[in-house]
Ligand binder design. Structure first.
Ligand SMILES: NC(=O)c1ccc[n+]([C@@H]2O[C@H](COP(=O)([O-])OP(=O)(O)OC[C@H]3O[C@@H](n4cnc5c(N)ncnc54)[C@H](OP(=O)(O)O)[C@@H]3O)[C@@H](O)[C@H]2O)c1
Length: 283
């Protein structure tokens, strides 16, 4: 029996990892959450885990064979990560599988990639066996922050740039393999979907799945900034999002890799299928 701790278990990726891990035989799933009393899942042990509480991180990591490590995207995460790594080391965590972000090897990495880069360097220096998952933008972003507006417009400052969006379920499938099998230590997996899509192609796929009239609208960056600030988004987050979208606009998010296929034995899911799976959400 293998004990696996999932951090970020209430989030977009962590929740899918928990679901997929729960179907695995010989795996004891533990979730590290800030409010264990509110997050009970049948067959899963919920323990307190907060980046603001070193003791909670040590206790959550104790007795684990592997840990799915999610850090919320925000400035200062590299410093917070040091506390986690010290806790994981002292607790004897067996193997860390870190959720990072694509374009780490970009000569001009995105701000968010620079933060993950710092955390990865600290992870490698920790001496704990590690694996890095570096996914491109999530298809699931089109269910929330990049979703079509009530008028059918997807308003984003991405020009005609394409991105190889990945379905979070494929990230979870790779995570399950790396958390439960040997042989992934010291490996970096660059995770993409099977094709790079422009905003217009994303809009067409959602329109085809829902029957709604959906269109992509290329918004000037200054207007996007004003809209996000006007919605009370913190300035650092606005800068981070615009930076990601500028990479897409410049064609730097379009790379397609075969790492999902190599690790899971299955091709990554298409956006067309994702749109069909979630058509009700957009209707
Ligand atoms: N979105 C994308 O397209 C994309 C692409 C590539 C990589 N990424 C990376 O994915 C990561 C985010 O993953 P996600 O989207 O699955 O996360 P998410 O949905 O934003 O959820 C964040 C998770 O972190 C937990 N959390 C927040 N603050 C915490 C704290 N102080 N202590 C302990 N737990 C805390 C939250 O738990 P609570 O329930 O307690 O709040 C929640 O489970 C980021 O590192 C980002 O850079 C994102």
């Amino acid at each position: 029996m293998r004990t696996v701790l999932v951090t970020g278990a209430t989030g977009t990726v962590g929740s899918q990892v928990v679901e997929a891990l729960s179907r695995e035989p010989n795996v004891r799933v533990r979730i590290g959450v800030r409010a264990p009393e509110k997050n009970s899942v049948a067959g899963v042990e919920a323990v307190h885990f907060s980046y603001a509480d070193d003791a909670s991180m040590s206790a959550a990591c104790a007795g684990t064979d592997s840990v799915f490590w999610v850090t919320p995207a925000m400035p200062g995460m590299a410093a917070v990560a040091q506390g986690f790594l010290a806790a994981a080391k002292s607790a004897g965590a067996g193997h860390l599988v870190k959720l990072s972000v694509a374009t780490m090897a970009d000569p001009r990495p995105m701000t968010i990639a620079q933060w993950h880069n710092e955390m990865e360097a600290a992870m490698r220096a920790s001496g704990i066996p590690w694996t890095s998952l570096r996914p491109n933008g999530f298809m699931q972003n089109f269910l929330n922050n990049s979703a079509p507006q009530p008028d059918g417009g997807i308003y984003l400052p991405m020009g005609n740039g394409a991105a190889s969006y990945i379905n979070v379920r494929d990230i979870a499938a790779v995570a399950v393999k790396t958390l439960t099998e040997n042989g992934h230590e010291g490996k970096i997996y660059d995770l993409s979907g099977p094709e790079a899509l422009t905003g217009s192609q994303v809009a067409q796929a959602i329109a085809a799945a829902t029957g709604r009239s959906i269109r992509y609208v290329d918004v000037p960056e200054a207007a996007a900034r004003q809209a996000m600030l006007g919605a009370n988004m913190p300035e650092w987050m606005v800068d981070m999002i615009l930076d990601i979208q500028a990479h897409t606009r410049r064609g730097e998010s379009a790379q397609i890799t075969d790492h999902v296929q190599k690790v899971t034995g299955k091709p990554p899911r298409t956006f067309a299928q994702f749109a069909l799976d979630h058509a009700d959400h957009w209707k």
